[in-house]
Design a protein around this ligand. Structure first.
Ligand SMILES: Cc1cc2nc3c(=O)[nH]c(=O)nc-3n(C[C@H](O)[C@H](O)[C@H](O)COP(=O)(O)O)c2cc1C
Ligand SMILES: C=C(O[C@@H]1CC(C(=O)O)=C[C@@H](OP(=O)(O)O)[C@H]1O)C(=O)O
Length: 438
């Protein structure tokens, strides 16, 4: 409903002309340095009342921390940030109340909430609530560290020239839409799940929370439908997953593939246009001419890029947390870096030579017990002594567990009271990082 995220979870609240709008952020790690100053640059980028084509409504948009920050650091508990509404002009909305604005949520909200909704300034549907999203996004960006998220306006009113596109609206005394492109650099491989929680799904889910967003495409997007497979396929260059082209937009199988994440959003023209429209007057029951007075953005896409960046950062932090790449406990605020211990397997040189020919290594125990016995660094000398005493022509394989294609489990040994690493399948030889002759 009004919340999003599985671990890094945001909940928005407020109305355009109510006392305040804001956000509650649960799941933010403790120990992150955080003050209002960290949020101000992005909040400033979102503000209206500045440039041509944006709403004249001016608000301070100063973030008041109501919980979750102590001594300049996050506490690990919910962070509540509030923004005051001080520049409301609700009479604009009273005057035109007989017309549910076509393209805005006046009609749908009224039907759904039975007339109890606060309709002033678009109420809870107003883009005023994106202030909180931008604040949460600024925190998420801090957590992403070296991963960069950049959104830019690449088209207004169907034109690449933003000024000309805007002029088109001014000349027509109407509103126009636009396209925002977002590029994320430095994402690791592996964010996102197959099927329902694919990275495309969670990003799209979040992007459609931004008012006026009507479409999203990843990479070559809709153009992919007209391409040949050989044109669209992104050739993989090496084991980092780097591809020569990026038609996929950085996501394959719902999972980030290590290339730039690239997507574009179609943003509709502002529904509240000064141009005369003919629509239902729900008091008279007649279709009538009317024109929307009051303060509105001529092109809402102008203010959207920083909101898109924020929403992207929120999704990515949540996805990173699911992968334990950002942890909620302060000791691992550094990205990734959870150390995986190397393991060893002792075998004969002949068996290793055979493995090199086939590309994988199998021991007799794989057939008889279902797994290959391995040892940790601390255990390997004992294993050698107990099972290989007096044998020659032996090698010790040093294995990187992160490279194994089959499952690794630590299980109780039968002869000693210790957990030993067991590989449940053949060992792919690229997981063997060193071969030590004994
Ligand atoms: C930054 C921003 C500013 C907006 N400003 C206005 C506005 O001044 N007037 C308006 O009618 N809609 C504005 N909108 C769009 C409406 O909030 C939105 O169209 C409405 O809530 C209905 O939702 P929907 O378009 O997603 O269906 C703005 C959207 C954004 C992202
Ligand atoms: C105030 C903001 O944008 C508002 C978004 C908005 C809408 O319908 O979304 C309608 C207008 O509200 P008002 O009539 O009160 O001026 C905009 O000004 C803001 O984003 O901070």
């Amino acid at each position: 409903m009004n919340s999003f995220g599985r671990i890094f979870r945001v909940s928005i609240f407020g109305e355009s002309h109510g006392e305040s709008v804001g956000i509650n952020i649960d799941g933010c790690p403790a120990g992150l340095n955080l003050s209002a100053e960290d949020l101000l640059p992005d909040l400033e980028r979102r503000k209206g009342g500045k440039g041509k084509g944006t709403t004249p409504r001016q608000e301070a948009d100063y973030p008041f921390f109501k919980s979750g920050v102590f001594n300049g650091k996050t506490t690990g508990f919910p962070i509540t940030i509030l923004f005051e509404n001080n520049n409301t002009r609700s009479e604009d909305y009273q005057k035109q109340r007989s017309f549910p604005r076509p393209g805005h949520a006046d009609f749908t909200a009224h039907e759904k909430f039975g007339g109890n909704e606060d309709y002033r300034g678009g109420g809870h549907f107003s883009a005023r609530l994106t202030t909180g999203l931008v604040a949460a996004g600024a925190i998420a960006k801090k957590l992403l560290q070296q991963i960069t998220v950049n959104a830019t306006l690449i088209e207004v009113g169907g034109l690449k020239d933003i000024e000309q596109g805007l002029q088109k609206a001014i000349d027509a005394k109407d509103s126009v839409g636009g396209i925002v492109e977002c590029v994320v650099k430095g994402l690791p491989v592996g964010l996102g799940e197959p099927y329902f929680d694919s990275l495309e799904s969670t990003l799209a889910h979040m992007m459609f929370a931004i008012p006026a967003v009507k479409g999203i495409e990843f990479g070559s997007g809709f153009a992919a439908a007209a391409m040949f497979g050989t044109e669209h396929n992104d050739v993989i260059e090496n084991m980092t997953g780097k591809t020569t082209t990026n038609h996929a937009g950085g996501i394959v199988g719902g999972i980030s593939n290590g290339n730039d994440l690239v997507f574009r959003l179609a943003i509709k023209p502002t529904s509240s246009t000064p141009k005369v429209q003919r629509s239902l007057n729900w008091e008279t029951g007649q279709m009538e001419d009317f024109s929307i007075k009051g303060r509105h953005d001529l092109c809402v896409a102008l203010r959207a890029p920083v909101i898109v960046e924020a929403c992207t950062a929120i999704v990515l932090v949540d996805s990173m947390m699911l992968e334990n790449r950002i942890n909620r406990i302060p000791r691992v605020l550094q990205p990734v870096a959870h150390k995986v211990e190397s393991i060893y397997h002792i075998t004969t040189n002949d068996a290793w030579m055979k493995a090199k020919e086939t590309g994988y290594y199998e021991s007799a125990s794989l057939a008889s017990e279902g797994f290959i016995h391995c040892s940790t660094e601390a255990q390997v000398a004992g294993t050698l002594e107990r099972f290989f005493a007096g044998q020659t022509n032996l090698v010790k394989l040093l294995i990187d567990p992160t490279k194994l294609v089959h499952e690794l489990k630590y299980e109780q040994a039968t002869d000693v009271d210790m957990l030993f690493p067991h590989v449940y399948g053949a060992i792919n030889i690229d997981a063997v990082v060193e071969v030590i002759t004994l």
